[in-house]
Write a protein that binds this ligand. Structure first.
Ligand code: SAM
Length: 228
């Protein structure tokens, strides 16, 4: 059964250099799904709960696996509407993805060896990035997020369940996905995680008092706060 074990199939998002127009089309389709599935909601709901409103007034954030930077733009705009200042730096292994977000704070790099010193950003986040890694890489990825965070980490990804798999496949038609992106979407759920898997990985990463939970029956979330 697919929820017992993660798929090892590769997504088109992982297939190296491709024509920029093709990459841009992929991120446009992903953006439609992200908006439809409210992908920024867990962050805007849970970061203020985790840190408190006072600490949220001014934050530097690192988005690991940021792709075209849509999440960072949405978080900055959401914070600005509250009179808060959030500055997001986007890191991605694929420089072509970052090219789709000109003028932003963009850094090409690996989620497994973040090119920043310890405690460099107030908050380090990742959205739908962790499932691109192999099981053996996840604890190192979590350890890297934790290392460069000064206050907190928050990670969101796909929960590997039949409900989400059906939703993604059915939604791919009204969302106008190409056959390639539809295949990616299905694989990404099959590469998603279950709660006990992330709890074990967070423990292996040495993150103390992390919380792992299911969000809206579709997402798996991990959050941890550093002592003041
Ligand atoms: C599905 S996209 C998610 C983009 C965005 N975070 C979102 O929520 O829509 C996954 C992104 O992770 C990036 N990625 C995959 N493996 C990575 C790694 N080892 N280090 C950094 N980025 C990686 C990919 O290039 C891609 O842009």
């Amino acid at each position: 059964m697919f929820w017992r074990e993660r798929s090892t199939q590769v997504e088109s998002f992982d297939s190296g250099a491709r024509p920029l127009a093709e990459i841009a089309a992929g991120y446009r389709q992903l953006a439609r799904a992200n908006r439809a599935f409210f992908f920024s909601h867990p962050f805007v709901l849970h970061l203020p709960r985790l840190l408190g409103a006072e600490q949220c007034r001014s934050l530097t954030l690192l988005d690991v696996g940021a792709g075209d930077g849509l999440l960072g733009r949405r978080l900055e705009a959401w914070a600005a509407r509250r009179g808060w200042r959030w500055e997001v730096t986007n890191l991605d292994a694929n420089p072509q993805a970052l090219q789709l977000n000109p003028g932003a704070r963009n850094v090409t790099g690996s989620a497994l060896a973040l090119p920043f010193p310890e405690a460099h950003f107030d908050v380090v986040i990742a959205s739908q990035m962790t499932h691109h890694l192999a099981d053996a890489e996840v604890a190192l990825h979590f350890r890297e997020l934790w290392r460069v965070a000064r206050r907190a980490v928050m990670v969101s990804d796909l929960h590997r369940n039949l409900f989400l798999l059906s939703l993604v496949w059915l939604g791919s038609w009204p969302l106008g996905f190409s056959p390639t992106i539809r295949r990616d979407a299905v694989i990404s759920v099959q590469r998603g995680f279950r709660l006990d898997e992330w709890r074990r990985q967070a423990e292996a990463a040495g993150i103390p008092s992390s919380r792992v939970w299911l969000y809206a029956a579709t997402r798996i979330m991990l959050a941890a706060r550093k002592p003041a």
